[in-house]
Ligand binder design. Structure first.
Ligand code: 13P
Length: 342
């Protein structure tokens, strides 16, 4: 495969394909495993992820890349094959989460700033050797009374841009992820407030990317959709989410960016798919619109697996179904009938 940043970025958003976010940190994967009564041991984490990466049909036809966690990119399958090689064998690209998490921001009560720039160059060089050709850094912006503040948005946008520049210096495509949360501690805001904060955040992020000389053709944006907070008194309908999200992105994201791969953020599996499909139906658009889902791609497979080897085939079928539905959505061809026909 070509090593040019532009070519890697294009491959990440190839027609009908999207990204599997399987980069849950140790704390997050423990929560997921707790929900199915499975202990989060290194072996169980390996078995679960190996199950996903060996779901050949899903991986080959719908998954352009997989975001891994530090532990996973170093792990080997039961037969000794590195997990990153399983991904490559399926024609998909291994990626790596490189941020060190969102930490309380000094002087900004209730807000967070993502850490992880120190030593990042050296870590990127090692990850490149381990096979990673793209990376992810997630900033979180929470909406509540009086927040977000300019100081928090600016600090997070600056860190994202510094990260993106370092990735590109080392032959790695940065996924730039500024997530305006729908499931923060308050989360009573409506979709219009989400629009306002997302627009503010994205404009600030693209200013910083320009100042840090980031090549837009060699990056992928991973934003939230424009939705109301999960505790809001009224939720936006699917058409409204699609229309507002596309309008917001058109006003903030330069056409030089090859693709936008959404996070699911707490939406149900089917909502995340439907929203993506409706947005693609609003085309033509200047960039590809696809998925980089964690929960919305894995929830059904995780349930079906339940930590039992005898459930591997059923879990792979569940994952393949979601991957196929989202693959269709990435070209605006998903329908509720296809969802049920499976
Ligand atoms: P969700 O789709 O579960 O929000 O996860 C995507 C992700 O990678 C968040 O950083």
């Amino acid at each position: 495969m070509s090593e040019r940043l532009e070519d890697i970025a294009q491959a990440m958003v190839a027609d009908g394909k999207g990204i599997l976010a399987a980069d849950e940190s140790s704390g997050t994967i423990k929560k997921r495993f707790d929900s199915i009564g499975v202990t989060s041991t290194e072996e169980n984490r390996r078995d679960y992820r190996e199950m996903l990466f060996r779901a050949d049909e899903a991986m080959k036809s719908c998954i352009s890349g997989v975001i891994l966690y530090d532990e996973t990119i170093r792990q080997k399958a039961v037969d000794g094959t590195p997990l990153a090689d399983l991904i490559k064998a399926a024609g998909s690209i291994p990626g790596i989460k490189v941020d060190a998490g969102a930490k309380p921001m000094a002087g900004f009560p209730g807000e967070k700033v993502t850490e992880g720039l120190d030593g990042l160059r050296e870590r990127l060089q090692e990850y490149h050797k381990l096979g990673a050709r793209f990376a992810k850094w997630r900033a979180v912006i929470d909406i509540a009374e009086g927040t977000p503040t300019w100081g928090c948005i600016k600090a997070n946008a600056h860190a994202l841009a510094r990260y993106a520049a370092l990735c590109q210096e080392n032959g790695i495509v940065p996924i730039v992820e500024p997530e305006v949360l729908m499931d923060g501690p308050v989360a009573t805001h409506d979709a219009d407030r989400c629009y306002q904060v997302t627009e503010w955040t994205l404009n600030t992020v693209f200013d910083e990317l320009f100042e840090q000389r980031v090549l837009l053709e060699g990056m992928i944006l991973k934003p939230n959709m424009i939705v109301a907070g999960k505790n809001a008194s009224s939720q936006a309908g699917a058409e409204e989410v699609a229309e507002k999200t596309v309008r917001c992105l058109k006003s903030c994201v330069p056409a030089a960016v090859p693709g936008i791969a959404f996070l699911s953020g707490g939406q149900s599996d089917e909502e995340a798919t439907q929203h993506l499909s409706l947005m693609n139906e609003l085309g033509p658009l200047p960039w590809k619109l696809t998925f980089s889902y964690g929960r919305a791609l894995q929830a059904a497979a995780l349930q079906a697996w339940g930590g039992k080897p005898e459930n591997v085939a059923a879990a792979q079928r569940a994952f393949t179904h979601r991957a196929r539905m989202n693959g269709l959505a990435a070209t605006g061809r998903w329908t509720a009938e296809l969802e049920k026909a499976a």
